[in-house]
Design a binder for this molecule. Structure first.
Ligand code: SF4
Length: 414
């Protein structure tokens, strides 16, 4: 990969309200045994868990001092060799029911989520936007769904390892070029059963960015029937979200993006609800959140609890504690039980206590059932929590499975 030498600065489309660096109390106390005791945490974590938390606190304090907690709002452009790029199959659990290829046109991510599943919340690496990534997408579509392979049911996931519609992909036209590759592919191969799965934190402003006179939304409209736009949102107060997802659109703007998609006939009625912070999951918050989703026309959601390595948890705890120490205490209670230490998702990220996770899904479903919404869960969650097909069918009554893949998308497009 050859990188251009000079970085390009940009103004994020949505500004943050809170400056994380103006909150020195976040790094005043390391999260160690004494801190947990003082906070009133009743569980006793293992020595290994404590060592991870303490290590995380040291890293957090250092990154705070060096002001490297958030990504820099600048990127470099780079390129790849489209012929040599290795196709990546999206299957973290080893048991996914779909064959899905990943589309990741940026190294790093400009959104800067402090819980990021890809980087464990570390955003020090330079952002590199891959200018010619669409040529790899062209090759991938040709190889997997081109002449002779049109009948293969494949999803293309844009983007699991970065945000598809962030300033670096929009200002360079990279996102537009990738969408145009899909449009051209379907012109060449109208029978192709390639389907574009988008999971994104984009707000309305992102989808309105134009390149060559066409907005992202205009290009989506040309992919109607062959793509879905799943918003990614979480149940948390706005002020907390602002700290956790510093350069993402607020919830209202993400829901506006959903509505705009549906107004253009684009499948956009399923949400990835992540990361769920269990201490915040009161009945009142469940109701307010899902009422908002329902109001925007969402009929399905995939709940995903926060998973975090201990180093990341000791950064997220004080961020939550900034709003409410009782919530911070509860966060540690939910994650640190030694019996929960093996409840780990990819790359050693710990999920909350299994019984609590089951009960939380049941509580959300009880309410969302009243709104007519369905739930889909990934295979890993299903197997860890013992969720049966009777409770959550593999393909639910609205046709969704797993991450929120819509099985009906594979019907022939007229
Ligand atoms: S948008 Fe996704 S990839 Fe980007 S920082 Fe947030 S969690 Fe990570």
């Amino acid at each position: 990969m050859a990188d251009a030498p000079s970085p390009v600065g940009y103004l994020p489309f949505y500004s943050r309200e809170t400056d994380i660096y103006a909150l020195p109390e976040l790094v005043e106390h390391p999260v160690d045994a004494a801190y947990l005791r003082e906070l009133g945490v009743s569980v006793t974590p293992s020595a290994e868990t404590l060592a991870g938390l303490e290590r995380g606190s040291r890293i957090f304090a250092q990154r705070f001092r060096e002001r490297t907690l958030l990504p820099h709002t600048r990127f470099r452009t780079g390129s790849i060799d489209p012929a040599r790029e290795e196709p990546e199959i999206h299957n973290y659990t080893g048991r996914c029911p779909t064959l899905t290829y990943e589309i990741n046109p940026v190294r790093g991510c400009g959104v800067g989520c402090q819980y990021c599943l890809v980087t464990d919340g570390v955003h020090e690496q330079p952002l590199v936007a891959l200018e010619n990534y669409h040529l790899y997408v062209r090759r991938l579509l040709d190889e997997m769904n081109g002449p002779g392979s049109e009948n293969a049911n494949h999803y293309y996931y844009f983007s699991p390892k970065t945000e598809a519609f962030q300033e670096p992909t929009l200002l360079t036209g990279i996102a537009h070029r990738i969408l145009r590759e899909f449009i051209d592919h379907f012109r060449r191969c109208p029978q192709s059963r390639a389907r574009l799965f988008i999971a994104s934190k984009a707000g309305a402003k992102h989808l309105l960015v134009e390149d060559g006179g066409e907005s992202v939304l205009d290009l989506f409209a040309q992919l109607r029937g062959r793509m879905q736009f799943n918003t990614s949102v979480s149940i948390m107060p706005d002020a907390f979200r602002d700290l956790l997802e510093p350069y993402a659109a607020p919830l209202s703007e993400r829901l506006r993006a959903v509505t705009m998609c549906r107004e253009r006939g684009i499948q956009s009625n399923s949400a990835l609800v992540q990361p769920i912070f269990t201490p915040w999951l009161s009945d009142e918050h469940i109701k307010a959140f899902f009422d908002a989703l329902h109001g925007a026309g969402i009929i399905n959601y995939k709940p995903e609890f926060l998973t975090a390595c201990m180093e990341n948890l000791s950064m997220l705890g004080p961020l939550l504690g900034h709003f409410d120490k009782a919530l911070e205490r509860q966060l540690y209670e939910d994650y640190l039980l030694p019996s929960n230490a093996d409840h780990r998702k990819q790359r050693g990220r710990t999920a909350p206590d299994r019984a609590l996770s089951r009960e939380s899904i049941a509580r959300m479903s009880r309410y969302t059932d009243t709104l007519g919404m369905s739930v889909s869960v990934c295979y890993w969650v299903r197997s860890q929590l013992g969720i049966t097909e009777a409770e959550v069918p593999l393909i639910n009554r609205n046709g969704f499975q797993c991450l929120g893949y819509q099985s009906e998308l594979f019907r022939d497009v007229q």
